[in-house]
Design a protein around this ligand. Structure first.
Ligand code: HEC
Length: 251
């Protein structure tokens, strides 16, 4: 027992002395949890948009009533289902202080996107409005990053990349290879996290797998255009669609 402790202490000491981060396992738990919650919140927003897609695409209807407040209610409910965290009672919820500060800012960024799109959403006679989970997600993440300095993005592997702004960096590409392995759990919001920059930054990634609703655009027939005008990638149910990637400075 004693000898084990000595070995562990020496390993930590040697790592510190060499100036390398001791091990990914030692990433600060609060920072990792903040990253995980932000990723789930961004995806909850995507799912909220997916849920109103038929309404949004209805060319007969003018005013859709999908206001920023309606969006907010939806995303709060989805996020609570998935994370157990009630954003309406965030002050008393057991989440890290950094998450208490950042989660509401992501909701605000998401509402801003919905607000900007109102004239297009409420236009009668137009079916496809280029307002889909991915366009909302790309824009909400960009506003959030600009306002908070916290890197947040949705990304995917180069072979199926649509928007070049979502291109993966080396770390993201390597983690997504792991996610793509059929042995990687499809359930349970299982993230990957790692410390980089000598321990100054924590990276967190949440995988996104194809569900039925994704396939009209990302599925078969491969090579044919979808409603958004992009080429279908031939994705299949349960396959990796991409990931949400967060970088946080270690507190
Ligand atoms: C209506 C068609 C449509 C549907 C349905 C759809 N997507 Fe997409 N997806 C797109 C478009 C268009 C983009 C590029 C958006 C942009 O400009 O940022 C995109 C981008 C993405 C990206 C970002 C990487 C990239 O290629 O730019 C991911 C990840 C993604 N989609 C996953 C999904 C998942 C998972 C689902 C189902 C839950 C889904 N999509 C459903 C059309 C769709």
């Amino acid at each position: 027992m004693k000898r084990m402790a000595v070995i562990i202490i020496s390993v930590v000491f040697v790592s510190l002395a060499m100036g390398v981060s001791p091990s990914p396992a030692l990433a600060d738990a609060d920072t990792v949890e903040t990253g995980r919650l932000l990723a789930i919140l961004l995806d909850s927003g995507r799912v909220t948009i997916a849920g109103v897609q038929a309404l949004i695409n209805d060319p007969e209807k003018g005013d859709k009533g999908f206001t920023p407040d309606v969006f907010e209610e939806g995303v709060i409910a989805k996020f609570k289902d998935r994370s157990g965290v009630d954003l309406t009672k965030l002050k008393t919820e057991k989440v890290p202080a950094q998450a208490k500060q950042l989660l509401p800012m992501l909701v605000e960024a998401g509402k801003k996107v919905v607000a900007t799109y109102q004239p297009i959403l409420n236009k009668q006679g137009l079916a496809y409005k280029n307002f889909i989970p991915a366009t909302w997600g790309t824009q909400a993440a960009a506003i959030f990053t600009a306002r908070t300095g916290t890197y947040l993005k949705q990304t995917t592997l180069d072979e199926v990349l649509r928007n070049p702004k979502n291109k993966a960096d080396e770390f993201e590409a390597a983690v997504m290879k792991k996610f793509a392995d059929p042995a990687y759990p499809r359930q349970g919001e299982k993230i990957v996290n790692e410390m980089v920059d000598g321990g100054k930054t924590t990276r967190v990634m949440l995988p996104l797998f194809h569900v039925k609703g994704c396939l009209p655009c990302h599925g078969e027939p491969k090579g044919e255009r979808d409603i958004s005008g992009y080429i279908r990638e031939g994705g299949k149910l349960g396959e990796l669609a991409g990931a949400i990637s967060v970088k946080l400075s270690q507190r």
